[in-house]
Design a protein around this ligand. Structure first.
Ligand code: F6R
Length: 248
């Protein structure tokens, strides 16, 4: 199944990761102004979003025809909750560029019928023609989106239970650990692998084991990011710290 190895770009630090990845996104958007982006939340892509905002403001990078789909959302959080991923995307990125809000899809964590919400989301991706360029982060446990270890290659957008590790990792964003939701809606592995091109960002030593396993380990549900070895056009852009375990 594997055709082309995952491409690896090692940057000197996280600001170079932001610059390189923003340049890739900006080039793709210039080439195809009505492209469909897959977007991620979390701390890793924040500087990339800042750089894209700068390119929009200073160089007129145009998002007016861009469509976007976000990877995931906490189940039980309203879109305007300050820890929801919709809130994060609006405040970190969408409010600062000229993307049409109606073109930005984030799963609704408060949907009365979450299963139906997942189906609607998959259909919207299909209707848009599919994701051209998908941005990913990686969890310290190798998760991508909220596909935790054990997620199947065939998984699609669905409701998932978060692992204790992810709940702990995310608790820094909430006042109390008990406030962290323990379920989420997430695009599946199969949904992600259907994207035409994938860029994964990782910074910091805490990600180095996951990066090593994803790049060089066996393709296994124990490390969901290792499934990316099955994609024909996937690039990891990482800093030196995240590359530490790759040496020797
Ligand atoms: C976020 C997402 C997650 C994060 C991952 C890394 O939409 O899907 O998989 O990419 O948890 O998070 P950070 O960047 O905060 O280390």
């Amino acid at each position: 199944m594997k055709n082309i190895p995952i491409k690896l770009i090692i940057c000197k630090d996280k600001s170079e990761v932001a610059k390189k990845s923003a340049d890739i996104f900006a080039d793709e958007i210039r080439n195809n102004p009505s492209m469909v982006l897959g977007l991620a939340t979390g701390s890793t892509p924040i500087d990339m979003y800042k750089e894209l905002i700068r390119l929009h403001k200073k160089e007129g990078l145009d998002f007016s025809k861009v469509v976007s789909f976000n990877l995931d959302e906490y189940l039980g959080l309203a879109p305007d909750h300050n820890q929801s991923y919709r809130y994060f995307m609006d405040n970190t990125f969408f409010n600062h560029i000229n993307i049409k809000k109606s073109n930005t899809y984030v799963l609704n964590g408060l949907s009365k019928n979450p299963e139906e919400e997942c189906k609607k989301f998959e259909n919207a991706i299909k209707k848009s023609g599919g994701i051209d360029l998908q941005l990913l982060g990686i969890g310290a446990n190798g998760h991508i989106a909220f596909n935790e270890p054990g997620s199947s290659l065939n998984s699609r957008t669905r409701i998932v239970d978060l692992t204790q590790k992810t709940i702990n990792d995310n608790s820094r964003f909430f006042e109390k650990k008990s406030d962290v939701p323990c379920q989420a809606l997430t695009m599946g592995i199969a949904s992600i692998l259907e994207s035409k091109k994938i860029v994964l960002l990782a910074t910091g030593e805490g990600k180095s084991t996951a990066v090593k396993k994803a790049l060089n380990g066996p393709v296994t549900s124990k490390v969901p990011a290792s499934y990316l070895q099955n994609h024909i056009d996937c690039t990891f852009i990482i800093d030196k710290a995240a590359a530490l375990k790759l040496k020797g």
